[in-house]
Design a protein around this ligand. Structure first.
Ligand SMILES: NC(=O)c1ccc[n+]([C@@H]2O[C@H](COP(=O)([O-])OP(=O)(O)OC[C@H]3O[C@@H](n4cnc5c(N)ncnc54)[C@H](OP(=O)(O)O)[C@@H]3O)[C@@H](O)[C@H]2O)c1
Length: 227
């Protein structure tokens, strides 16, 4: 049995279920910038394994771990007989770096779920800045530059998303989320942010339809070369 299958057999998909996530503190996330290495993945995972053995947490997830750190964390936990359940990474139709830097491949190989953060590109993929560019002026100077660049880069993508959204009677946000959770089989789940209840409801409803293979390919083509 390969490593991915072993991981899934030990924890049979329950970590993907909302009930498991919200029925108590199921995961303890470890947030740490990989460039500031005050410790090692091995030391961090040993500490996390201690918490599992003490009954304080049920399973272990990390955040912003690149392929090398995922593999080191996975190996360290394997020595303690524990799986690495998830890795939280930025992933959306604009930022697809994990597809080419080895992070997604390592996660797939080892059976680790990618939890995609900023799946809506912090609002760019909802087209709110395309429709009201003046909103950018309210952002801080650094972010303004990024938003202006991303707004220009994504005009074609947004028009493709609008066509696809119309096919499903869906919103752009729902198309963006649907692509994130379906483009890589069952390896990726997502945690969209929301400032309003309506947005949270709309995001949840993005799971009610599935983009066709042709639509996934069109979105892939319109976004592949953005970064
Ligand atoms: N692990 C990490 O290092 C890391 C880093 C960053 C973020 N995160 C996490 O990732 C999650 C999401 O990040 P995020 O909120 O920055 O980005 P996001 O999910 O890409 O964008 C969320 C924003 O889009 C807008 N929106 C949400 N649903 C919408 C809808 N249905 N229709 C239209 N607009 C909608 C809302 O902003 P408006 O209402 O203002 O338009 C909302 O705040 C958060 O839980 C955050 O903690 C993790």
């Amino acid at each position: 049995m390969d490593a991915a299958a072993q991981n899934r057999v030990k924890y049979p998909q329950d970590h993907r279920q909302p009930a498991a996530l919200f029925g108590g503190i199921h995961h303890l996330q470890l947030h740490g910038p990989p460039t500031l290495e005050f410790s090692t993945p091995e030391a961090e995972m040993d500490a996390m394994a201690d918490l599992v053995e003490a009954g304080k947490i049920k399973s272990i997830g990390v955040s912003n771990f690149n392929a090398d750190r995922i593999r080191r964390a996975y190996d360290a936990l394997s020595k303690r007989g524990l799986p690495l359940i998830l890795n939280q990474m930025r992933y959306n139709l604009i930022h697809r770096e994990i597809e080419t830097d080895g992070t997604l491949a390592a996660a797939k190989e080892l059976g680790i779920t990618i939890v995609a953060y900023t799946p809506l590109g912090s609002g760019i993929l909802t087209s709110k800045y395309h429709k009201n560019p003046e909103l950018i002026q309210h952002k801080n100077a650094y972010y303004r530059g990024t938003l202006k660049r991303e707004l220009e880069q994504t005009r074609l993508l947004i028009s493709v998303m609008e066509e696809i959204a119309a096919n499903h009677n869906a919103t752009l946000a729902q198309v963006a989320l649907n692509w994130v959770i379906h483009f890589n089989g069952d390896c990726v789940v997502t945690i969209p942010g929301a400032t309003k209840v309506r947005q949270a409801e709309e995001s949840a409803a993005a799971m009610n339809f599935v983009l066709s293979a042709d639509e996934l390919v069109r979105l892939d083509g319109a976004s592949r070369n953005l970064k």
